[in-house]
Structure formats: structure tokens, C-alpha cells
Design a protein around this ligand. Structure first.
Ligand SMILES: [Zn+2]
Length: 123
């Protein structure tokens, strides 16, 4: 097994070890990942909050056991639904854009209406 001297990615001290090792110790490794995770959480919390709120709005409008419902677009506007925050999208067989917010989806149905669906429940 090849060993080599190198700098720890976190504390920058020299250490020798397996070529694949990038930290001098488990402590540096876990500190590095903790910091990385913290930075990611700080950077994503605002958008996550908006996405979670969008999901709550869809859940509220569709109801606990609802699977599919047409709803006035203005209802979503009134609840301050953030139209541009989605977790995914796809074009359906009619070439209409289906927008996902976690396990819910919405699609512009007409000028006034939006079709809401819940993904995991069977029709
Ligand atoms: Zn280190």
C-alpha cells in the first residue's frame, strides 16, 4: 500500500498515510463535514422554507385525502404561493409542463385554473 506525505485538508498539518486519505485524523474529517453541512444549511434554509411552505399550501388546498383537484389560480396567489419554486418538472403527453413540489404537482389548466395532484396516492 502506497503511503505519501501530504497536508490535511482541514488543519493543514503534514501527515503520512494511505494515498486516498485527505485528513490527518477522524476528528478533522468529522469537523470538515460538520462545517460543510452547516454552510450548506445556511445557504439553503430560505429556499427550503419557501418550498416547504408551497407544499403546505398544496396540501391545504387539496385536503388530507385529496388526490386531484382543479383550483382557481387566485387561491394560490392569495396564499402567496411561490410559483417559481419547485423541486422538479416534466412535459406530459399533451406537452404541458407539470411542476413538482415534493410529492405534489401543479399544472396550469386554463387562464384561471390550476390542476393540483398528489403523487403517491392512487386515483
Ligand atoms: Zn487535520
Amino acid at each position: 500500500m502506497e503511503t505519501k506525505e501530504r497536508l490535511c485538508k482541514l488543519c493543514k498539518t503534514n501527515f503520512t498515510g494511505k494515498q486516498s486519505k485527505i485528513f490527518c485524523s477522524d476528528s478533522c474529517k468529522s469537523k470538515y463535514h460538520f462545517r460543510l453541512n452547516t454552510v450548506t444549511q445556511e445557504a439553503t434554509i430560505n429556499i427550503d422554507t419557501i418550498l416547504h411552505r408551497n407544499r403546505s399550501i398544496l396540501l391545504e388546498l387539496l385536503g388530507k385525502n385529496g388526490v386531484q383537484k382543479k383550483i382557481e389560480r387566485s387561491h394560490l396567489d392569495k396564499k402567496k404561493f411561490h410559483w417559481h419554486f419547485i423541486t422538479g418538472y416534466h412535459l406530459n403527453s399533451q406537452n404541458k409542463m407539470v411542476h413538482y413540489v415534493y410529492d405534489f404537482s401543479w399544472m396550469i389548466f386554463s387562464d384561471q385554473e390550476v390542476l393540483l395532484k398528489r403523487l403517491n396516492k392512487k386515483l
